[in-house]
Ligand binder design. Sequence first.
Ligand SMILES: *Cc1c(COP(=O)(O)O)cnc(C)c1O
Length: 435
Amino acid sequence: MQFYSTNNSDRFVSVQQALFHSLPVDNGLYMPSVIPRLGADFFNRIATDSLADIGFQVSRELFAGEIPNAALEELTHHAFPFATPVIPLETGKLSILELFHGPSLAFKDVGARYMAGLMSYFSQKGDADVHILVATSGDTGGAVAMGFHDVPGVRVSILYPSGRVSDLQEKQLTTLGGNIQAFEVDGTFDDCQALVKQAFLDSELNARLSLSSANSINIFRLIPQGFYYVSAYGQVAQYRKPVVFSTPSGNFGNLSAGVLVQKMGLPVHHFIAATNANHVVPDYLHSGQYEPKPSVSTISNAMDVGAPSNFVRLTHLYQNSYDDISKHISGYFFDDDQTRAGMQVIHDDFGYVSCPHTAIGILGLQQYLNQTGSDCCGVALATAHPSKFKPLVEEVLGVEVDVPQRLAVLANREKQSIPISCDFNHFREAFLQTV
Ligand SMILES: *Cc1c(COP(=O)(O)O)cnc(C)c1O
């Protein structure tokens, strides 16, 4: 498997290059050079396979030439000791794909843990220390911090927008210590992302350090996210209906991963791109015009992205054809009032407690099913455990939300972060002092 840049499809790089360097020098994004096809028999025999087994089988198709099977098997089983169960709300019609059973209680564990496994596999072979820089709107940081904590040969710096992540999210970023360092940025997520992008383009930093990213711009975060779409398909195949996935989206890595496995042969009937008030992609799907905007703050803060970094990948997967993409993906968006009302209705109708992001996915799916009246098996992705947004969920639903033990223990640990402004030189100085 090799990778090309969305800005230049003639030059190819290796797995290791794309893994450790994240971004091509031409400022494009890496994409797999070939997308292997898995036959229908594969998707029909995985109904009872674990996420780890599915991850192994798909990885083998992708990386057989680069990584021995035994190492891939160990890596996937170490990365995925948890399941991604499909929970029916209305049998055969509306289900939730729960992606929050990993250590940080959000779907980003899947990508972060697989990527950490790959990096530690390759660094065992004697590479220099790697410095990972990651911008987070909330959940990426926690998943990356926990996925990479104590991984030898890797140091992680996390940039997060001050005051714009939940208390427990902040604890996940700032309390592990060791090889994990948090920078608290006086700005928005887009500012954090811009600082990271600038660091990758800074020649002096790159000359001194081996910089890498764990954001969803790294293709190895995105590829494993396809595994749970496959797992979910296996769990609902018994209904023998067209399968529709609804993905609550911000940077659009999660949705791109679904489209990628669809291109590998997964029989997905349709995708829903569901967003909050940051709705540049739903707007594009309606009008054909793509107009990135500054992000606005919402209660579903992990999706507060005004210029989604994976938009280019998404359109690339459809050969930049608006006709094609708008045929396969429908976009819906919901403001905070609609999200709150949706959380309430989902709780009243199904007894299901959802985080605001998950509620947006469910609302998008319901809107699609109502509008088209089609007899589909709808699967909405639950991207985070409701307890990650405990105060909000309790305020909206008036019920108590239990915090799983693995998150609860963080509440008493002390926050350690380095405050910085949005100025790149300021960040650069502070960062260099930590290395
Ligand atoms: C990151 C995140 C999203 C958005 O995922 P993208 O891949 O950036 O589109 C949605 N929900 C939650 C809870 C998240 O943490």
